[in-house]
Each structure stands twice: as C-alpha cells, then as structure tokens.
Design a protein around this ligand. Structure first.
Ligand code: NAP
Length: 287
C-alpha cells in the first residue's frame, strides 16, 4: 500500500513522520517544498504536486490549515481531484466545516475516488507520540483500508457516519476547548489581580474535579509568559468561527461560543495569530 501525505505543518510533519518510521511507503508534498526535506531524510519520497501524489498513491492523506487550503489542494490546479483515479482514496484530516468536506467529497466521488474526512483531536505532542483521536466519516471501505495508518497516528478512532459528521464533531470539541481556555484565562487574571499566586491557583484546580491536561499545559505557559506554538491561535479562531456558523445553520444559540470567537479575533488582531492558543491570555489580562 502506497500512502501520500499533503501538508507538513506542525501536525502533518509529525503524523507523516510516524508513518515513515512505521515502515510505510510514503510520498510527501508541501506548498513550501523545503518542509519536505526532513521527511525525505527520514525515508519518504518527494512529490511534486498533489495531483502527482494522488495519482501514484493508493491512499493520500492531507493535513492543511483551513477550508481555503483544503479546497485549493483538493480542487485547485494540479490538485488531488486531477490525479485521483478509480478506487484510490483521499483522507482529509484538516479541521474544516461540513460544507467544505461535502464539496470535496462530491468532486472526489465524481472523479471515481473514495473520500473520508478524519479531523483529529489532540495537539503537537499527541501527533508526535501517535496518540491522536481520529474523527472519521465518509467512505467506510476507505476507513477500513486506512486503519493501519490511523493506528500509527492515533490511539483512538471513531467512524461517525456520513461526510460532515467528522467536521461537526471536531468543531463541537474545539468550541468546548476554546470556551474552557477563555474562562480559565479570565480566572487566572482575576486571581492575579486579587493577589493570589497563579501557581497556587493551578495547584488548587489540579487537585479537584476540574483537573485536566489542558489547564496544566496551558497554565505552565501562562506562568512562564511564553507561548511556544503547539496549536496556532489563528486556527482556533477559525474553528470557533466555523462552530458559530454551524450554530447559525442549525439554529442553536452559542452565547459563549460567539463571545469566545470575538476574544480570539481580538487576540489575532493584537498580533498573536501564530503563537499558541494560550497567548489569548495576553488580551484577557489588563496591564
Ligand atoms: P500549520 O502548522 O499552520 O500547517 C498548515 C499547513 O497547511 C502547512 O503545511 C501549510 O503549508 C498548509 N497550507 C496553508 N495554506 C495552504 C494553501 N493555500 N495551499 C496549500 N497548503 C496550504 O497548522 P497545523 O497546526 O499543522 O494544523 C493543521 C490542521 O490541523 C488545521 O486545520 C488545524 O486546525 C488542525 N489541528 C491542529 C492542531 C494543533 O494542535 N496544531 C490540533 C488538531 C487539529 P506551508 O508550509 O506552505 O505554509
């Protein structure tokens, strides 16, 4: 089985590396071609275009920034649709909305290919450790065929049904995560203003029912005042924007989600787009 991998950002580079290390035959492509070098050094082949990768691999996986990137790589010039042939598979693991996933699925099917969406829960470290949670939906036979690769990238995988349900699950999870992070930052800022030791706030949280790895990990960044990027803040704002749009579409009010989206928009505008999501703290705490 030959695998292709398109998109070697923070997540894609780690996920593709796990496939190469596991001994899979992997061809990689990235818009900025220099990012392929590390994977090629590890044993991957270099692809020249998404079209070429999709036409030479049995299953091509993508991990791209946002709906615009996912559409460009799948449907644009020299894109996946131009290369995918009868029976070949395309698995898009980028976080996008259900409409984007549906549009790509339709074009892949029209070209004779099989499509699966597979957004992931988990960040840079789980991507490196192969412990992501994979939220797949679409073509069941492709899900089964890609299972050996999923099991090198993730610790858990779910098949959620029709295309769009993977995107919806991912947006639900990230809107909850964004909300938790926002209220966590507010609590930390309030505590600091009230003369509490932030390390002790973390200690109290960690000892009780609200203990969780995110408060621990992001709390450490807040204490240090440094935000090395695991999950770029601009991508979280994109997820919140897409979740709010889904709420509009389904008639589900998202009072908190909409407000948290505005907070992340402010953080982007303040120059924190490429920092970690925890950098949102910098627009929560007043000087
Ligand atoms: P990233 O480091 O910003 O990487 C983005 C990738 O998309 C890069 O390979 C980039 O190529 C490519 N790209 C962007 N625009 C493009 C375009 N127009 N055409 C072709 N390629 C394009 O992001 P990431 O953190 O790996 O995240 C990737 C996806 O996973 C996003 O949808 C994100 O929301 C989701 N996700 C991220 C995390 C996380 O913790 N980081 C966790 C779960 C899910 P270049 O290198 O050429 O710019």
């Amino acid at each position: 089985m030959k695998y292709g991998f398109l998109g070697l950002g923070i997540m894609g580079s780690a996920m593709a590396a796990n496939l190469v290390r596991a001994g899979f035959d992997v061809t990689v492509w990235n818009r900025n071609a220099a990012k392929c070098d590390q994977l090629v050094a590890l044993g991957a082949k270099r692809g020249m275009t998404p079209k070429e990768v999709a036409s030479t691999c049995d299953i091509t996986i993508a991990m791209l920034a946002d709906p615009e990137a996912a559409l460009q790589v799948a449907l644009g010039k020299d894109g996946v649709v131009e290369g995918i042939g009868e029976g070949r598979g395309y698995v898009d693991m980028s976080t996008v909305d259900d409409k984007t996933a549906g549009a790509i699925a339709e074009r892949i099917a029209a070209a004779g290919g099989r499509f699966l969406e597979g957004p992931v829960s988990g960040t840079k470290k789980p991507a490196e450790d192969g412990t992501l949670i994979i939220l797949a939906a679409g073509d069941r036979s492709l899900y089964d065929d890609a299972a050996p690769a999923f099991d090198k990238m993730g610790k858990k995988r779910l098949f959620l049904g029709e295309v769009g349900q993977g995107a919806r699950m991912k947006l639900v999870v990230n809107s909850i995560m964004g909300g938790m992070l926002a209220v966590f930052c507010e609590g930390m800022a309030l505590g600091k203003k009230g003369g509490l030791d932030p390390a002790e706030i973390l200690e109290v949280l960690d000892a009780g029912a609200m203990a969780n790895p995110m408060f621990k990990g992001k709390g450490g960044m807040l204490l240090e005042g440094k935000y090395p990027t695991n999950f770029p803040l601009k991508h979280m704002q994109k997820d919140l924007r897409l979740a709010v749009a889904l709420g509009d579409e389904l008639g589900q009010p998202l009072h908190c989600g909409a407000s948290v989206n505005e907070l992340f928009k402010r953080a982007r505008a303040a120059g924190h787009a490429d920092e970690d999501i925890a950098a949102v703290y910098q627009v929560v705490e007043l000087p």
